[in-house]
Design a protein around this ligand. Structure first.
Ligand code: ATP
Ligand code: MG
Length: 456
């Protein structure tokens, strides 16, 4: 497809001559007389590169560049100026411009710069995709009967376009299942777009999902694409769907049915083609009965139900998980540990309310807190949460904490331990835990993410 290039310049003669050249070279030029005019065009989201004049009445090129970059847009920008000075050029490149070209622009030079910038952008995108593939190609560990069955179901449903509702307790691997479906769907080259419905503040969820036009609300200085837009021709993973308000559910239902929507503050209707995978750890039937979840939305999302079993129902896989996680932590420089058969046995009698996530964090703790290479049953029993003393079953502060080198590390270790125990007390329910400790739900989510306790 022809690359779209936005030319922003107040001089008509420059705009037109540049556009002529670009057309000859097989590009698709789009013209704007001012930065103010350029932003709505950029908001359409399909511009591949910007040629930006520096001196313009109204907002100048430098300010426009700054806004573009502040908005997190990764578009290549080439600055053009009649008042070229080294200083401005340096400043523009520092602010993230790809190149700086003086007026009157030499056409060879500008074409070369455009082609280089587009090549670089493509390479960066490819690199990012490769990194994703190599770094975290998600694989579902497990040979137990229930896991083998789940993997078969995944393999069958992935290549179809069917929508899937993934249910299962906290930390069972629902997100990993979604990633696996996406990877096996044939759309794996493009990233899956994830939305954590619980982590987005209620008043921002619409703008997050549908995007917004410039000026839609205070702070909306530029227009922005929503997640539905980003997931066009790909997979959209709606995580923790039971945490959406009824109002948001109604809006989502409409898009899911029509695959059409308007951005916040906009009137234009945008059509997309999106495959939706949804996940929740709540019982949606109960939520429906309680009036918290719309039945029509439930039926729309639940075309193929996949249930990820809790870890206690696949304890056969526990040694395999331990093996995989110790290998992973060893590769991070913590030393290669070996769990004895008795240690694994002791771990099998723990109920693992936090499922695979709890197990992974536990193995990490064991690896970090124990200098010995061999992990014995006694060590495990000493570290497995003792649920007897104190209001939260915290028997005593772990002795290992006092060996930590600095305050920052100790604080982090305490926060992790504190949140781990409280989450466990609330069966991993983030909303309840947040309420219990007087924290906002979205803040707790961020905290867990910062502490590496939560992948989503
Ligand atoms: N079968 C598995 N193989 C390997 N790792 C797994 C497996 N299942 C879960 N994990 C790991 O456990 C952690 C939790 O998994 P994930 O985030 O997918 O769970 P979840 O069900 O989405 O949890 P939540 O309900 O809290 O969102 C992740 O680190 C994930 O990589
Ligand atoms: Mg999840």
């Amino acid at each position: 497809m022809a690359k779209k290039i936005l030319i922003v310049d107040d001089e008509a003669s420059i705009r037109e001559s540049l556009a002529g050249i670009l057309v000859d070279e097989g590009f698709l030029p789009v013209l704007a007389e001012s930065a103010e005019e350029a932003f709505p065009l950029l908001a359409e989201g399909d511009i591949d590169l910007v040629l930006l004049d520096i001196w313009m009445p109204g907002m100048d090129g430098m300010e426009a560049l700054q806004r573009l970059k502040a908005d997190g847009q990764n578009l290549p920008v080439i600055m053009i100026s009649g008042h070229g000075s080294i200083d401005t050029a340096v400043k523009a490149t520092k602010m993230g411009a790809y190149d700086f070209i003086e007026k009157p622009p030499s056409y060879d030079k500008i074409l070369l710069s455009i082609n280089n910038a587009l090549n670089l952008a493509r390479l960066e995108q490819e690199n990012q995709m490769l990194r994703q593939k190599a770094g975290q190609a998600p694989t579902l560990t497990g040979n137990s009967e229930v896991m083998v069955r789940l993997k078969e179901q995944i393999a069958r449903v992935a290549p179809t376009d069917a929508w899937v509702l993934i249910t299962g307790e906290h930390g069972t691997g629902k997100e990993l299942v979604a990633q696996t479906i996406h990877r096996l769907s044939g759309k794996g080259q493009v990233p899956m777009v994830e939305v954590n419905c619980a982590a987005i503040p209620e008043d921002l969820i619409e703008s997050e999902l549908f995007g917004h036009e410039k000026g839609a609300f205070t702070g909306a200085t530029t227009a922005r694409k929503g997640r539905f837009d980003q997931a066009d021709n790909s997979t959209l993973f709606l995580d923790e769907i039971a945490d959406m308000s009824l109002k948001t559910q109604a809006k989502i239902l409409r898009i899911l049915q029509e695959q059409k929507f308007e951005r916040v503050g906009g009137t234009r209707t945008i059509s997309v083609n999106v495959r939706v995978l949804a996940a929740t750890n709540k019982n949606l039937e109960q939520e429906m009965a309680a009036g918290n979840f719309r039945a029509d939305l439930y039926w729309r999302l639940n075309v193929v139900p996949l249930m990820v079993p809790p870890l206690r129902e696949r304890l056969d896989d526990l040694p395999l998980f331990v093996e995989e996680f110790t290998r992973e932590f060893a590769s991070k420089g913590f030393g290669r540990k070996k769990f004895t058969a008795e240690a694994l046995q002791a771990m099998s009698s723990h109920p693992w309310p936090g499922n695979v996530r709890e197990l992974r964090n536990f193995v990490e703790r064991v690896v970090i807190m124990n200098p010995e290479e061999e992990i014995s049953r006694a060590t495990i029993l000493g570290l497995l949460p003792v649920r007897t003393a104190g209001p939260h079953g915290v028997a005593a502060v772990e002795p290992g904490l006092y060996r930590l080198k600095n305050f920052k590390e100790a604080k982090r270790a305490f926060e992790r331990e504190f949140l781990r125990v409280l989450l466990q007390d609330h069966q991993g329910n983030i909303s309840q835990t947040a309420e219990a400790i007087g924290m906002e739900r979205s803040h707790l989510h961020k905290k867990l993410k910062a502490l590496d306790m939560e992948e989503s």
